[in-house]
Each structure stands twice: as structure tokens, then as C-alpha cells.
Design a protein around this ligand. Structure first.
Ligand SMILES: NC(=O)c1ccc[n+]([C@@H]2O[C@H](COP(=O)([O-])OP(=O)(O)OC[C@H]3O[C@@H](n4cnc5c(N)ncnc54)[C@H](OP(=O)(O)O)[C@@H]3O)[C@@H](O)[C@H]2O)c1
Length: 258
């Protein structure tokens, strides 16, 4: 690659924590960051086998990686995850808040377990990680917080009320933090994917009629590739992302358009 372009996206010496990095979008981001020179803490919940694959992939790029297990539903899990990531890599410069569980169900069917799952993974754990990570970022005068939101923030969906609310809350936290963290060289942004080809989108594909109807509403008429999200995360995390803060960036094939 041309040296100018390489320097615009280099993450050499940076240390990233990516939640939900065993699969899908998180995995693509972790592998992209490593390819750009970052060491990566690969968080996962249940699929240690997949997280180990990511660690091996990162190691092949000559970067350090560690797989860290955490169920982010539990109060305090985010604080503990950040502590372990920091200990493993000697510090964390970039956090990607990617892990989030969703339950497709009518509002009346949302029980306490479902609520706790979606709020714990979708917002509280990210709040905990951000609160734990910011002091060291402020001291270092550098930091990147990147939240993975969703096009659902802009498209009301009666089956995803709690999930979408948590995504909106997470994005709002990024916008809010961007104001106070900016003077210390810390940027805070949200990427809002549309339909992206991951295990999660397989759920949508299981109903062919609903899937076709959804594709017909996407101007690009296809699912996105996780790497199309990762490329934007790389820009935001890298040297050229330093002036982009407080933003919400759609990667949705145009799905959010009226
Ligand atoms: N795919 C889409 O179409 C789409 C669209 C809009 C937004 N998003 C957002 O993008 C992000 C990634 O989505 P994805 O489709 O790539 O997800 P995915 O393939 O379903 O992967 C989910 C990740 O979250 C982890 N996870 C699951 N339950 C968890 C828990 N209780 N605590 C902590 N981590 C847990 C999983 O770990 P294990 O592998 O160990 O289970 C995995 O790494 C999510 O925030 C999602 O809301 C996705």
C-alpha cells in the first residue's frame, strides 16, 4: 500500500478492547485493527473456540492478542473486563462497544430476564467500561470510544423496543462524552449498521418472505459485509479520525432513508 495511505490508518502501538469480538462485526473490527498494527483484547461470551481463532489470526499479524470471557449482563462485568484487558495489554487506547444482545418480541412479552439481558449488554456494561477507561485516556491525552449502534435507532420496530432504546442511549452517551472528552484528545462516536451478514442476520433470513421484504427496502438491495463496518471503525480509531467526534455514522445501505 502507498505509504501515505498506510500512515493515515496505522494503529501501531495502539491497544484496543473490542467487545463481542468472537464473531460478526466485532471479529471483523478486531482483525482489521490488528492488521493495522494494534494489539487487541478479544472479548467473548460463550464461544471460546471462535475467540481463540481470532487470537491466532491476530498473532499471525505479529500483534499481541488475548481472549477475555465475560457475560456482560452482570453488574460490574464491564469494570472487570476493562481491568483484565488493561492488565493483559498494559493499557487500552481504543474501546469498541460492540457486544449487544437483542430479543425480537412484542413489548408486552419483555420479561425481567429479557430486559436485563438487553440493557446489561446493550448499555450498562458499555457505561461501566467507558467510566473505567476514561481516566487513563485523559491522562494519556489520547482515546477512541466507538459504539456500535443500529439503524433501529432511526426505524421504529415494535419487536425491538428495548434493544433500540439501548442503542439510542449508547449513541447519546458517545455524543455527550464527546464534549467533555474532546479537550483531552479523546473522540467518541457511534457507527449505526443496517442489515449486516452475521449470525444475527441469519435469524432474519430464516423467514424468506420477511427477508425479501427487508431487502426491497434497502436501497443497496443487499446485506452489508462486516468489513464495511470495520473499515469505518478503522478510520475513527486511526490518526485521521482525530477530528471526527460526536458523530453517528450509518452503514446501512440506505435503509434509514425515509
Ligand atoms: N448484524 C446486524 O445486522 C446488525 C445490525 C445493526 C446493529 N448490529 C449490532 O452490531 C453488533 C454486533 O452484531 P453481530 O451481528 O456481529 O453480532 P453476533 O454475530 O450475534 O455476535 C455477538 C457477539 O456478542 C457476544 N455476546 C453474546 N451474548 C453476550 C453476553 N451475554 N455478554 C457478552 N457478550 C455477548 C458474542 O459472544 P459469543 O460468540 O461468545 O457468543 C459475540 O461475540 C451488535 O451490537 C449489534 O446490535 C448488528
Amino acid at each position: 500500500m502507498n505509504a501515505l495511505i498506510a500512515s493515515m490508518f496505522a494503529l501501531d502501538g495502539r491497544r484496543a478492547l473490542v467487545t463481542g469480538a468472537s464473531r460478526g462485526i466485532g471479529r471483523a473490527i478486531a482483525e482489521t485493527f490488528a492488521a493495522a498494527g494494534a494489539d487487541v483484547a478479544v472479548h467473548y461470551h460463550a464461544r471460546a473456540d471462535l475467540a481463540d481463532q481470532v487470537v491466532v489470526h491476530v498473532a499471525r499479524q505479529g500483534r499481541r492478542a488475548v481472549a477475555l470471557q465475560a457475560d456482560l449482563v452482570a453488574t460490574g462485568a464491564g469494570v472487570d473486563l476493562y481491568r483484565r484487558a488493561r492488565e493483559a495489554l498494559g493499557g487500552i487506547d481504543i474501546v469498541v462497544f460492540n457486544a449487544a444482545e437483542q430479543r425480537r418480541q412484542d413489548f408486552d412479552a419483555v420479561d425481567d430476564e429479557s430486559y436485563a439481558l438487553q440493557t446489561g449488554t446493550g448499555f450498562r456494561s458499555a457505561f461501566e467500561v467507558a467510566r473505567a477507561a476514561l481516566p487513563a485516556m485523559r491522562a494519556a491525552k489520547f482515546g477512541r470510544l466507538i459504539a456500535i449502534g443500529s439503524v433501529q435507532q432511526y426505524r421504529p420496530n415494535a419487536q425491538l423496543v428495548v434493544y433500540a432504546a439501548m442503542k439510542a442511549a449508547l449513541s447519546n452517551m458517545m455524543r455527550n462524552l464527546a464534549k467533555s472528552a474532546g479537550p483531552d484528545g479523546i473522540t467518541c462516536n457511534a457507527i449505526l449498521p443496517g442489515l449486516i451478514a452475521t449470525d444475527r442476520s441469519a435469524e432474519v433470513q430464516a423467514d424468506p418472505a420477511a427477508y425479501d421484504a427487508l431487502l426491497s427496502r434497502i436501497p443497496c438491495r443487499r446485506e452489508g459485509d462486516p468489513r464495511e463496518v470495520a473499515a469505518l471503525a478503522l478510520y475513527l480509531a486511526g490518526p485521521m479520525g482525530g477530528y471526527a467526534t460526536g458523530g453517528e455514522y450509518l452503514v446501512d445501505g440506505g435503509l434509514a432513508l425515509p
